[in-house]
Design a protein. Sequence first.
Length: 184
Amino acid sequence: MPSSGLNAAFNLAANLLGVRADPYQVFNFLVEIEGIIAGGFSELSGLQVETEYMDYREGGQNDFVHRLAGPTKYPPLVLKRGLTQIDGLWVWHQEIAHGRVTRKNGTIYLLDKQGVPVMWWDFKEAYPVRWTGPELRASSNEVAFESIELAHRGLHRPSPNNIAVSIGGETGGARGLRSAPKLR
């Protein structure tokens, strides 16, 4: 059965042009917080959206159960990287620990092999809720890792049409791609 919609059009165009549509690789990503690249992370987890539901049995209906949509949850984003002297995330967490809550917006960019953003997720009003330092062992020669956990108020991923326009430079994600993100 032929597929329909945007995927079918993309597959047809790719076949006609001889272009392969390989899946994107997970190691090629950037994290930007408030317009600043927050450093090179080796891992990022928590890109998840879950809508809870409630089963409701209607009297006299024995062949199915209604599933009613409930609230949507966004688990924390967990960023992990090698420990360096760049301490912006530590300082941000310490401000939270001392009662100065500063929420920040950010974007997670998935890059293609050439380093061009091909997909991204905007998160809003995030703040660090946990910082985890490295496990120190005198007998080991492993890299010391730190991780930071960010609570946030939602993820947004632009539709494929918005991505095509964004890469052209008109808009990007929910806020717009910057031409050259600043390094922290």
